[in-house]
Design a protein around this ligand. Structure first.
Ligand SMILES: Nc1ncnc2c1ncn2[C@@H]1O[C@H](COP(=O)(O)OP(=O)(O)O)[C@@H](O)[C@H]1O
Ligand SMILES: [Mg+2]
Length: 301
């Protein structure tokens, strides 16, 4: 991350520099016709792998769709776990988020429906791991996702997205910076394990840097504790520590470790579809309710 910022402003005086250049939209004239609906954009981010980012994106997306929202999950991990977990086969990924971020391909061309009504996905492929090489020298490299999402709801459409959830890779690289530059808010899954807090300050620091240089409106939506194991004293200790350290940023809902949650992706289904009654599904429904409540509070100002 610091490397990306450094290389960007090395050749210009710091006071005048916007490290990644201006987004294309900065010079657009004010829209005069009917304003397209702007979706809320939440990025699910943590540079650690295996903490529950993809699981949270899939199941939060499903829960939001169940409450009537129209949701797009943008898979920004080259591993493509969100795409696989939602049943999108590799050969169906003809247009991917790589094409959207590198070419002039509109986000809509990558969007595929899922088996869940009102839940859609823009899938990823391994190509995405080459993003940095491909666009790392471009002035607008950090704003590719923001630009692609700015036109998501343009034109008369049957499907108008109200939420975009961005599933980030386990790294603070250019892909994650694109997600942070495009997002209204960040959602951080933290696994209930001994090193839960390790790396969190680096993540928060990155969010702060993105806020000051690329995206002044960026906020932390909340921290969700995942894979809580009631039989393990350490899990409870971690919950207590994280709540003490991060206060009200931590959602009340804690996601338990639940085998049904880990089985669901191999069937290409969200756990909410695979087994609605299991404790994992119940927890994700509670989390969605909490998130919607926070959203209402934010909208009310
Ligand atoms: N609450 C949970 N209970 C059991 N297994 C889980 C739970 N949440 C995630 N997992 C499993 O843990 C692994 C990592 O989760 P994942 O969401 O892919 O993390 P990330 O996207 O942060 O790498 C996956 O195999 C997933 O199925
Ligand atoms: Mg993942």
């Amino acid at each position: 991350m610091s490397e990306i910022l450094k290389s960007a402003d090395a050749d210009a005086p710091p006071s005048q520099v916007i490290p990644f250049g201006k987004p294309d939209s900065a010079n657009d004239p004010a829209p005069t016709l009917r304003e397209p609906v702007r979706p809320r954009i939440l990025a699910v981010a943590n540079q650690k792998g295996g903490v529950g980012k993809t699981t949270t994106a899939i199941n939060l997306g499903t829960a939001l769709a169940a409450t009537g929202e129209t949701v797009l999950i943008v898979d920004l991990d080259p591993q493509g776990n969100a795409s696989t977990g939602l049943g999108i086969e590799r050969r169906a990924r003809r247009t991917s988020t790589y094409d959207v971020l590198t070419g002039n391909v509109p986000m809509r061309s990558a969007v595929l429906p899922t088996a869940v009504p009102r839940l859609h996905i823009a899938p990823s492929t391994m190509d995405l791991s080459g993003l940095e090489l491909e666009i790392g020298q471009q002035r607008d490299r950090a704003f590719r996702l923001r630009a692609a999402l700015a036109t998501l709801n343009d034109g008369a459409r049957e499907i108008v997205f109200t939420y975009v959830l961005v599933d980030c890779p386990p790294s603070l690289n250019l892909i994650t910076i694109n997600a942070m530059a495009a997002a209204n808010a960040i959602l951080v899954p933290l696994q209930c394990e001994f090193f839960a807090l390790e790396g969190l300050s680096q993540l928060l620091q990155t969010v702060e840097q993105v806020r000051t240089s690329l995206n002044p409106q960026l906020s932390i939506h909340g921290i969700v504790l995942t894979m809580f194991d009631a039989r393990n004293n350490l899990s409870s200790q971690v919950v207590a520590d994280v709540r003490q350290f991060m206060g009200s940023a931590v959602y009340e809902t804690v996601i338990p470790r639940n085998v049904r949650v880990s089985e669901a992706p191999s069937y290409g289904k969200p756990v909410l579809v695979y087994d609605l009654k299991c404790v994992g599904s119940e927890a994700y429904l509670r989390l969605a309710t909490e998130i919607i409540q926070r959203e209402r509070a934010l909208k009310a100002g």
